[in-house]
Design a protein around this ligand. Structure first.
Ligand code: ADP
Ligand code: MG
Ligand code: MG
Length: 879
């Protein structure tokens, strides 16, 4: 049997969103519950997919079905397309599964042509009606042309403005029937001039073109970008709704409006909306006239308003959620044109969810499901003042790499950032890209802006960890770091000039914009409490200093899943010792340098164990290639040479010997411990001693240190390093007659480790999936360079999202799942977690839940997101 591509509103329901799109499914649902909806039909999303399969044409079978439904619609409404007695006019509206701004605009009043217009006026030759007919006609030509010409809106607006100026009037409503008639003719001429063909007068041709335009708009660049930002698959397609017009522009006894059942900004339980008399469709949103608040509608149309209030109540009770509605009043009679769960601010979302629970409308699980995890981000960071932001003009755009808002004076180096901040200045650190040496400066800055780098670049990862606002990868900036200036939007910015950046949108603004501190409301805590009740996955954090740890604990982290020890080495007082270690010639010299580092590391760990108050911590041994630590500046090299009693030449030779063609695949991770076991031994001592010391003060914490070996690809490699750890740890523990336990585990971040997890699992107490490296090594492209070509992959639909931001479940995920299974088989008590950036991505969290990992670990500011996402995963996958 062939597929059904069209559904009357009476044939659908709210559950058919995938097939009918959100708008279509809800029009059907409103029809089912007896609300006044003009009766039309929906062309399915499958018809859209088929349109693309057929090489962007509507095939004969589908076209025939559409025409059959046009006839049905004509019969139901007692009107006909192009009929001179009783013409049918329709709207053609797109509607995907998820609401998608960026797609095509709706076409209203389709079905009009010169003959129909003349016949309509002849049947009711009053000036008011004539005006209405021409108003509808010019709107139709304008919208239709805009869609066919894609970006033609402005030409028509210019013509309207010209007409208004000539007539000396301010508002569209002041134009007369004759004016509008003339405008309609001008619009048609404009269409012909731009397209080279007559404006189509056959309503069925108009309809055909309009439907194709909706299908086409699914693939326009704006829609593609929006989909990528919002995880909407290209394969979904959009539905098309064709329905009879009702006329809010018929006369002064008519109008149109939009309303929310509750306030979408605050969540307050009070009807919120706007209404405009003698107007059509988007006049309300477009701001051609100032609409009146919905409450005034009560005076103007008491009966319609009373009915509307009742409908709002019914809809909320029906959908059990705040509704966003579009409606029209034609000659005092109310029609419903759209409803959907209303978009709302994160604060409003929390307020509404908790209110609905208190009203007995929904249960806690439903409330947890109602909150978009990623939206919590904005509640945790400072924000731009809304009013101030409206007045600001964006001068450029990068990636919104770490949310929050920052305003400050431009500085070009980490040192300057620190220095300026110390004397009380607010600064934004602007760099080509950041490196680990910049950490102090990043901390001191209000925010970070980089020319290069993606969502997982150093700047992005570190900034997210700090909860610091960051915009990365703004390629349009012309950077001149040396002379401390850059060019953007035709202006040169020098050190000390004010800029503002928005780490959520990636927008960059000229000048200072007021920011306000974020507050965590009571509703927020309540919803998080429910989330914790229903989740199974643990949530840990990635942190490497006591301050971030304390912050993460406040956000609900249950431990540290990844402590990157190297971050501690970049502090000013430590870097000389690590450089000394790297440049040492003999084991003795190396051990001397390591001995300097040991107490510092130990005290760091003590601080963190204290901040954790008994929660577990996984510490990773030194991971990055050593060249990341060596000095690049001449002065620093000289200093190091003097400290070490070597010549500058010798130091430079050591540094160049560290050069690698492919550092990410070079001498790093456990390979460092294999060549320099003394490093692993020193770090083990620091960890174990710190745990012993803190535990002595708080025996009730029962600290069990977890030591993690990075970059393992072979069981014997892990065994070798583990033996060093065990020998060192046991000695210390025995020497103080303690019975403290500890665990040794490994990262799974090299494909070979995943493939041989059955062997590696025998040597490991835990696995932690390092999905950043695992993604990079599985795809075979580096996360620092992928930004250069991934754009082309998105455009060509080879990849739909950044695999570094969203776990590639088909490929990398398969490795994770396999390694988890193999690891458990080898060691049934093995503990499994993930510590890549994916740990804070909701879709990836759901994947981790499904494959049965024990916990996810993410940066502190993502902890609440992961908690909520973990609860949603558990609720979604119940049964
Ligand atoms: P969007 O998704 O951009 O809101 P819509 O398809 O909802 O686009 O339509 C845009 C405007 O046109 C809305 O105000 C809607 O209420 C109005 N509209 C759509 N269809 C009709 C119709 N059949 N009669 C009257 N107004 C309509
Ligand atoms: Mg709408
Ligand atoms: Mg790694």
């Amino acid at each position: 049997m062939s597929k059904k591509y069209c559904y009357l509103f009476t044939e659908g329901n709210a559950g058919m969103r995938e097939l009918l799109g959100g708008k279509g499914a809800n029009l059907a649902e409103m029809t089912n519950i007896g609300l006044p909806v003009p009766q039309g039909f929906t062309i399915t999303t499958e018809a859209c997919t088929q349109y693309y399969v057929d090489g962007k044409r509507i095939n004969d079978e589908i076209m025939a079905e559409i025409m059959e439904y046009v006839t049905k619609m004509e019969e139901i409404n007692g009107k006909k397309f192009g009929d001179l007695q009783n013409p049918l006019l329709v709207s053609v509206r797109s509607g995907a599964r998820a609401s998608m701004p960026g797609m095509m605009d709706t076409i209203l009043n389709l079905g009009l042509n010169d003959d129909v217009v003349a016949a309509m006026i002849a049947a009711n030759p009053t000036p008011e009606f004539e005006r209405f007919v021409y108003d509808s006609y010019r709107r139709f030509i304008q919208m239709f042309s805009d869609v066919v010409m894609e970006v033609g809106k402005k030409y028509f607006e210019q013509l309207i403005d010209k007409m208004k100026a000539e007539r000396g009037v301010t508002f569209d409503v002041e134009l007369t029937a004759a004016d509008l008639k003339e405008l309609a003719q001008q619009f048609k001429a404009e269409y012909k001039a731009k397209i080279g063909e007559e404006f189509p007068s056959d309503p069925k041709v108009q309809l055909n073109e309009a439907i194709k335009a909706v299908f086409r708009s699914w693939d326009n660049p704006r829609a593609n970008v929006y989909r990528r930002d919002n995880d909407i698959p290209y394969s979904w397609g959009t539905a098309v709704n064709v329905m009879p017009m009702v006329f809010g522009n018929l006369n002064d006894n008519s109008g149109t409006g939009v309303a929310f059942t509750r306030n979408p900004a605050t969540g307050e339980k009070k009807l919120f909306g706007e209404f405009l008399t003698n107007a059509q469709g988007e006049d309300v949103v477009a701001g051609v006239r100032t609409p009146m608040p919905i409450s005034e509608m009560a005076e103007k149309f008491p009966e319609a308003f009373a009915q509307f209030e009742q409908i709002c109540k019914n809809l909320e009770e029906h959908y059990r959620d705040m509704q966003d509605m579009e409606f029209t009043v034609e000659n005092a009679k109310l029609y419903m044109l759209q409803c959907r769960n209303g978009k709302r601010t994160p604060a409003a979302a929390l307020a509404i969810a908790t209110d609905l629970v208190d009203e007995g409308m929904i249960d806690e699980k439903k409330a947890v499901m109602m909150i978009e995890p990623r939206s919590l981000d904005t509640l945790l960071h400072p924000q731009f003042d809304g009013e101030a932001l409206k007045k600001a003009q964006a001068i450029g755009k990068g990636l919104g790499a770490s949310p929050g808002a920052a305003s400050g004076k431009v500085v070009f180096s980490a040192e300057d950032a620190k220095e300026w901040a110390e004397r009380g200045e607010k600064v934004v650190l602007v760099r080509l890209e950041t490196s680990p040496e910049d950490i102090e400066g990043m901390k001191a800055a209000q925010g970070i802006l980089t020319v290069r780098g993606g969502m997982t670049s150093h700047a992005a990862v570190v900034a997210r960890g700090m909860g610091k606002c960051c915009v990365s990868g703004c390629g349009e900036m012309k950077m001149d770091e040396e002379n401390k200036r850059f060019e953007l939007a035709g202006k040169t910015y020098k050190e000390g000039d004010w800029i503002s950046i928005d780490g959520s949108t990636g927008n960059i603004y000229d000048g200072a914009i007021q920011t306000v501190d974020a507050s965590v409301s009571g509703d927020f805590a309540r919803v998080m409490g429910w989330a914790d009740k229903y989740r199974r996955l643990g949530v840990r954090t990635n942190a490497d200093n006591p301050h971030d740890t304390a912050q993460a604990v406040k956000f609900g982290a249950e431990g540290i899943g990844l402590c990157r020890t190297e971050h501690m080495f970049f502090n000013e007082d430590r870097i000389p010792a690590i450089r000394e270690m790297i440049c040492a010639d003999t084991l003795e010299q190396r051990e001397k340098a390591l001995a300097k580092l040991e107490p510092m590391q130990q005290s760091d760990f003590e601080g963190m164990y204290t901040a954790l108050a008994g929660r577990p911590m996984t510490v990773r041994l030194l991971d990055p290639p050593l060249h990341e630590f060596v000095p690049t500046e001449e002065a620093d090299i000289e200093l190091l040479a003097r400290d070490m009693g070597k010549s500058v030449e010798e130091i430079k030779n050591i540094i160049s010997a560290l050069h690698e063609f492919n550092p990410m695949m070079g001498h790093r991770g456990c390979r460092l411990a294999v060549t320099y076991p003394e490093i692993a031994a020193m770090q083990t001592r620091a960890i174990i001693k710190a745990a012993l010391n803190v535990n002595a003060k708080h025996p009730e914490w029962n600290i069990v240190p977890e030591i993690m070996v990075p970059l393992v690809g072979e069981a014997r490699e892990l065994k070798y390093v583990k033996d060093i750890i065990v020998k060192t740890a046991d000695e210390i523990i025995a020497s103080v007659r303690s019975d403290m336990k500890y665990k040794v585990g490994t990262m799974i971040e090299i494909p070979r480790a995943a493939l041989t997890a059955d062997e590696i699992g025998k040597e490991a107490d835990f696995f932690s999936f390092g999905t950043n490296d695992l993604t990079q090594m599985t795809f075979g492209f580096s996360r620092d360079d992928a930004g250069k070509f991934l754009g082309a992959y998105y455009d060509k639909k080879i990849y739909e999202s950044d695999p570094f931001a969203r776990l590639d479940q088909n490929g990398v995920g398969k490795l994770v799942e396999m390694a988890a299974t193999l690891g458990r088989k080898a060691n049934p008590r093995i503990h499994l977690g993930i510590c890549g950036e994916h740990g804070g991505d909701p879709a990836s969290v759901e994947f981790c839940h499904k494959v049965g990992l024990d916990y996810v670990s993410c940066s502190p500011y993502r902890v609440p997101i992961a908690r909520l996402a973990a609860a949603q995963a558990a609720i979604k996958n119940e049964k």
